[in-house]
Write a protein that binds this ligand. Structure first.
Ligand SMILES: CNC(=O)c1c(C)[nH]c(/C=C2\C(=O)Nc3ccc(Cl)cc32)c1C
Length: 285
């Protein structure tokens, strides 16, 4: 770890904190997730191993780039070196709007949504990049993020959004295999998790719908003071309208992703096809 000069702590991720670091060889600024594995149980250590194997597979402009990992056995620490995102997370951007009494423009919301959708499409239908030397040939893999929320989407130095923190993610070998246990943020928990505790690609789509709703309304679509009441609200799937400043098209996409029946929710491919290319014209790559 002497390769990196530690700088300030910038946030917390799954299992540990996130610190800004400077790579000594070239001065490049990176982000380091620091995990004390003494405090981790067997299940958490397995999940961390899963995160690492997932990070090795992903290489996409809208996914936080993974660089390296180190184990410090003396201090029982694991360090994961990743891309630094100087714009911070979407949660801070939403909080800033609420504080200032402003809303994100529809154009910005389409721009943000398009990028997160591309990242999620890569997770659900991409091909492994095996960047860490594993010898499997490029094959289709399904990666469930399982904790899509504004805190896990970051703004990179290239002004691109990056889906991050795969600390709760799961790689599925079979497309329809379910990840048996649910973890993640209750606000964004999908109805099928409340009833059956099964998680698949359509559960990520639900969370993406919750995130898109929150970009518009500056609050989650389902809120309650207790988890049982929250579970009832989620199971009904009833949402309040988004501010009238936004188009019906935006509201319709949110409603499609928040269908209680997961089979009625669109896939990332169907969403990409629904998006009118003109919606992103201001930011076309
Ligand atoms: C107040 N903190 C920030 O503005 C902030 C900044 C400038 N960067 C971050 C976070 C990350 C960052 O910059 N790179 C990351 C890679 C993985 C994960 Cl899980 C998080 C990050 C944060 C939370």
């Amino acid at each position: 770890m002497e390769q990196y000069e530690p700088l300030e702590i910038i946030g917390t991720g799954s299992f540990g904190l996130i610190r800004k670091v400077r790579r000594k060889t070239d001065g490049k600024i990176l982000a380091r997730k620091e995990i004390d594995y003494r405090r981790m149980n067997e299940k958490e250590r397995n999940q961390l191993s899963a995160e690492f194997s997932i990070l090795c597979e992903l290489d996409h402009p809208n996914i936080v780039r993974y660089y390296d990992r180190h184990v410090d056995k003396i201090n029982c620490m694991i360090y994961i070196i990743m891309e630094y995102c100087e714009g911070g997370d979407l949660s801070s951007i939403i909080k800033k709007c609420k504080k200032e009494g402003t809303f994100l423009s529809e154009n910005t919301i389409w721009h943000f949504f398009t990028q997160i959708l591309r990242a999620l499409h890569e997770c659900h239908y991409g091909y492994g990049k095996n960047k860490c030397g594993s010898n499997h040939s490029q094959q289709h893999i399904t990666i469930l993020h399982r904790d899509i929320k504004p805190d896990n989407v970051f703004l990179g130095s290239d002004n691109k959004l990056k889906l991050g923190d795969f600390g709760l993610s799961r790689k599925l070998n079979l497309d329809r295999e379910f990840a048996q246990t649910y973890v993640g943020t209750p606000f964004y928990m999908s109805p099928e998790l409340i009833t059956e505790s099964l998680y698949d690609v359509k559960s990520d789509i639900w969370s993406l719908g919750c995130l898109l709703y929150e970009l518009c309304a500056l609050q989650p679509p389902f809120q309650a003071k207790s988890q049982p009441v929250l579970a009832i609200k989620i199971s009904t799937g009833t949402i309040s309208p988004i501010p009238s400043r936004y188009s019906d098209e935006l509201y319709n996409i949110i409603k499609a992703m928040l269908m209680v029946d997961p089979n009625k929710r669109p896939t990332t491919m169907e969403l990409i096809k629904m998006l009118n290319p003109n919606k992103d014209i201001a930011y076309r790559e």
